[in-house]
Design a protein around this ligand. Sequence first.
Ligand code: PLP
Ligand SMILES: N[C@@H](CCOP(=O)(O)O)C(=O)O
Length: 459
Amino acid sequence: MRYISTRGGVAPLSFSEAVMMGLATDGGLLVPERLPQVDGATLRRWAKLSYQELALEVMRPFVEEDIPEADLRPLVINAYAKFEHDEITPLVKVGDVQILELFHGPTLAFKDVALQFLGNLFEYLLEKQGGRLNIIGATSGDTGSAAIHGVRGKSGIDIFILHPHQRVSPVQERQMTTVLDDNVHNIAIEGNFDDGQAIVKALFNDLAFKEKYHLGAVNSINWARILAQIVYYFRGWARATGGNPEQKVSFSVPTGNFGDIYAGYLARQMGLPVDRLILATNRNDILSRFVLHGSYSKGVVEPTISPSMDIQISSNFERYLFDLLERDGDGVKGCMAELAEQGGFSVSAEKLAQVRTIFDAVAVSEAQTLETITRVHRESGYVLDPHTAVGVAAAAGRQGVICLATAHPAKFADAVRQATGEAVALPPSMQDLMTLPTRCEVLPATAAAIKAKVEQTLA
Ligand SMILES: Cc1ncc(COP(=O)(O)O)c(C=O)c1O
Ligand SMILES: N[C@@H](CCOP(=O)(O)O)C(=O)O
């Protein structure tokens, strides 16, 4: 499998090259040249596999020319060794709703599914190729801690994580800042997640800086993140249908940076029997506005009780746009230029109709999110985190929907207490989180300030 850029300016790359490049050198995102197709017999067979064996099957065609099976296997097996549930991503029934719990990894969010794997993959590629890697990532709260826990203490790797100062939950903040390993550098920026993501992209787009400091990406900019997330769509479908290829399911996906739902879209394109993908946003609704009206236009980022989705420029949307525009790199470049210069762009009515053959979209208010947590707790005793509640609210009244549970409720204790009147305890392994010593530096939200910090740290 070879990888190309959504902006058409990069010669086809191998999987390893794509993983190490992170953001494409022409400013686009890397995608596979084609998608492997899965037939009914394969779906039936895959439905009987363990999560790890399924992950190997799904990933193999994307990596096989580059990473032999004997090497891939331990990377995958070890990635899920620290998950607290044998099923890795169990499907649970809560009343009429099916919930795919993606939060059983070390930092209690779905990001662990991909970042435990990516940490291992980076280590493997560095051992094979030599050299070192300096990871620069932006987070609205969950990617940061999952990435830090994926690479802490690994030799040859430093990690710099930018989070929006005082806009992540106390648990999210401490999951990052209490990691005191020498290779971990936490930076709270005086801005929002979009500012952080823009800084990360600016640093990657400074090709001399990128090369000099061997920058690596842990955000869903990195293709390996998306790849690992495709797996649980196959798993969720298999658990819900018993592996019957005639049976379709829909997925409701709480969405911010469009990484998770893009993985679902790819699973569908590969042949997974998916009916609808329900794109659920909080009031930061650039994506739901796009699906409803066909115009992708920047809004102002507003803080919500689902802070990890407080995003108004959704990085992976560019990957979907590339497909929607029939893989026309110049077309994507044009749209992205309009977004940067005029704050938005629109697609034709015909293209919008095409989007709607797959996606539904719902923007969920703060009140609806709280009401959903309250109602589900009252009716079943189950506690949703606010991000998951956005997806559950968006799926209300529909049948055959799997709602992705993207975080553990204990990460967002204030919102949960507000909705249920009860506290949710952190798992025993994290009981001392709020009293551990921390390390973090507050810096202006500018590329210059972050560059200076990287240079000074690595000098
Ligand atoms: C808990 C949680 N739910 C949902 C999302 C949205 O996922 P994505 O950015 O892949 O759309 C995020 C992060 O963005 C998150 O941290
Ligand atoms: N919600 C994310 C935002 C970053 O998204 P990513 O999937 O591109 O890493 C977070 O928690 O940081």
